[in-house]
Write a protein that binds this ligand. Structure first.
Ligand code: SF4
Length: 336
């Protein structure tokens, strides 16, 4: 019979104290085979620590994709990337329909609303959309953007228009599988911070080719940005994209990574993403996304119509199955 690895046991026990792990310890956890008994222990520990860190409260953040216009940044995993030739021409969701999406999300119990655009969406339009959507949702509902890299001036304008934060990430193999330099991403983090916009980020999109060393580096880069939400999200293989043939990691592997992220960061962060399956929601992930409108992980015009788009009710049931209680009302801590 295989003997339980004592070193992994010690690292996990340290992680369970909630004070985080070193990069070396985190690397050793990322090296554990996903089907081993040690991995099962890591997943249990991730869940235990997350439940303690968050008082058992999970959240559902709601994304509205504003456009699907082909994007010149050419991230190889994205259906919007011009290089992938999956999408054609210009496509934008009309403003009235964005309002309807936002109002429906509020009624359904979303804890936060985020608007996503490609890098080809005009900034003035996004600024206007932030201000307009702000008026149709409750004043205490956090409103975020997920858009291209931002100068300080633009970050300040979005804040003034009514945004509380942004989703922004240094992608796995940024600058190699994308055309965006890592430094540009890092500058945006700094600009967001200076403008008073809070950060939601993630180690993503993770595929089978990414090494424990890359995952460790990305994990500690995320931690260094002091985000409101972070974790690990796997890459979805979108048919027609340049990296689809590299395949996807399993739910189990993603669940291990989510748990390791939690152990690495400790009790500090309240929201650990990405709870995209029951397995991850049982391994420490307490943040799930609902999606409507356009979606880079999808090829249909509206993701809620026959695509990947997850409805709030479905995510709520997933969390309940994992023993979580879903927060009622807006997510906390986004307003100054
Ligand atoms: S991930 Fe974002 S920046 Fe990259 S191609 Fe897609 S829309 Fe453009």
């Amino acid at each position: 019979m295989q003997v339980f690895d004592n070193r992994i046991y010690e690292i996990v026990e340290k992680g369970l104290q909630g004070k985080g792990l070193t990069e070396q310890e985190t690397l050793e956890l990322y090296r554990v085979p996903e089907t081993s008994k040690e991995a099962a222990y890591i997943r249990w520990a991730g869940q235990d620590l997350s439940l303690r860190a968050t008082d058992g409260i999970a959240e559902i953040h709601a994304q509205i994709g504003l456009n699907a216009t082909t994007c010149p940044k050419d991230c190889l995993f994205c259906s919007f990337a011009r290089v992938n030739d999956v999408r054609k021409g210009v496509y934008e969701v009309p403003k009235e329909e964005v309002f309807e999406y936002a109002k429906a999300y509020v009624e359904e119990g979303a804890n936060l609303i985020l608007m996503l655009t490609t890098a080809s969406y005009k900034f003035d339009k996004l600024e206007d959309m932030v201000g307009s959507v702000r008026e149709v949702i409750p004043a205490d509902m956090p409103l975020l953007v997920n858009t291209e890299d931002l100068t300080l001036e633009r970050a300040k304008r979005l804040k003034a228009a009514g945004a509380q934060g942004a989703y922004h990430a240094v992608r796995m193999r940024e600058g190699v599988d994308t055309t965006i330099p890592v430094e540009e991403r890092m500058q945006t983090f700094a600009n967001l911070r200076e403008a008073g916009l809070k950060l939601s980020t993630c180690v993503e999109p993770v595929g089978p080719e990414h090494t424990p060393e890359e995952l460790t580096e990305a994990t500690f880069r995320c931690i260094s940005t002091n985000p409101m939400t972070a974790g690990v999200g796997r890459r979805i293989s979108v048919p027609g994209t340049k990296v689809a043939e590299r395949g996807m990691i399993t739910d189990v592997a993603n669940a291990n990574m989510v748990a390791i992220y939690r152990l690495a960061v400790g009790l500090d962060y309240k929201l650990n993403c990405s709870a995209n399956t029951a397995m991850t929601a049982a391994s420490g992930a307490n943040l799930a996304w609902a999606e409507v409108g356009t979606n880079p992980r999808d090829t249909v015009e509206r993701t809620e119509h026959g695509g990947r788009g997850a409805a709030i009710e479905r995510q709520r049931k997933m969390f309940q199955a994992g023993g979580w209680e879903v927060r009622q009302g807006p997510s906390q801590g986004w307003f100054d």
